[in-house]
Ligand binder design. Structure first.
Ligand SMILES: Nc1ncnc2c1ncn2[C@@H]1O[C@H](COP(=O)(O)OP(=O)(O)O)[C@@H](O)[C@H]1O
Ligand SMILES: [Mg+2]
Length: 261
């Protein structure tokens, strides 16, 4: 790939109000899309933007226990409902990116992935590769998908971006949420997490402060740490602070928690 490929996640906690079902933070999403466009105008970069589901699919995913698989007679209905709820937010994100001037194309994970125990095993990427090569921004998202062992599961945006980074050879993942990064018990920012200090900092890291069926901060950090073994560096930043996403995309040093080997 000619330009550096960057993977950006817009957290569900950032673009929605996770405490109110189906509530978009429209002003935040608008600003983020503008920052993304401005960064790409300043510097050539290939980009995949993934986003979390926030208060769109998390409510139905919790109701139908989709993460646990086919657990009862309503599980298949649950899968359909969760996919539909996740797609509703995706349409809004893609629409806002287009309004900002970016040629964004929705990628529906439930239509292209199969997982085994929550890990993606099957996903042919020819379409995404060509989409990027032709200058578009693919926009996948946390979704409900079919799972070989359990029937169904929720695949997190982190799992999706992790799979894509390994398969496409990306070296940088930016995770934007509503907190400054990983904080210790006193609320101070932990600048870096690596294999050496993880055991120590782990005791400060918990799930989410809202409905998040994919594990919140601790799962996020564990997944990024496992990607670090493949030479992939990630940073968790606060997307509510104007300019941070833009500067992170441009490769500038920004406040946040870096996760590296
Ligand atoms: N040590 C920690 N530092 C920062 N946030 C933490 C920590 N432990 C738990 N959290 C919670 O994890 C959340 C981030 O995870 P999550 O809600 O899944 O975000 P997203 O929707 O962006 O994936 C934070 O907003 C915070 O509520
Ligand atoms: Mg999450």
């Amino acid at each position: 790939m000619k330009n550096e490929l960057i993977l950006l996640k817009l957290g569900g906690s950032l673009i929605t109000d996770k405490l109110k079902p189906f509530t978009l933070r429209e002003d935040v999403l608008k600003r983020l899309c503008t920052e993304i466009r401005d960064a790409r105008q300043e510097k050539n970069m290939a980009l995949i933007i993934g986003h979390g589901g926030g208060s769109f699919p998390h409510t139905s995913a919790t109701k139908y226990q989709t993460q646990k698989g086919y657990v009862n007679k309503d599980s298949k209905k649950g899968l359909s409902v969760v996919c539909n709820d996740a797609a509703k937010l995706n349409r809004l994100v893609v629409e806002e990116l287009i309004s900002a001037g970016e040629n964004a194309i929705s990628v529906q994970p439930s239509a292209c992935c199969i997982t085994n125990k929550g890990k993606i095993t099957d996903w042919s990427l020819n379409n995404i590769k060509k989409t990027i090569k032709d200058g578009y921004i693919p926009v996948p998202y946390g979704d409900a998908v079919l799972d070989k062992s359990n029937g169904c599961c929720i695949v997190s945006t982190e799992e999706i971006l992790g799979y894509l980074s390994k398969e496409l050879g990306a070296k940088r993942i930016i995770l934007a949420g509503k907190v400054d990064g990983v904080l210790d018990s006193k609320g101070n920012l932990i600048d870096e997490i690596n294999h050496k200090n993880f055991k120590e900092v782990k005791k400060h890291i918990h799930g989410s402060d809202a409905a998040d069926v994919t594990g919140g901060m601790i799962t996020k950090v564990e997944e990024m740490l496992s990607l670090a073994n493949n030479g992939i560096e990630s940073i968790i930043i606060n997307g509510l602070k104007p300019g941070l996403v833009k500067n992170a995309l441009l490769g500038k040093k920004v406040r946040g928690t870096v996760i590296r080997k």
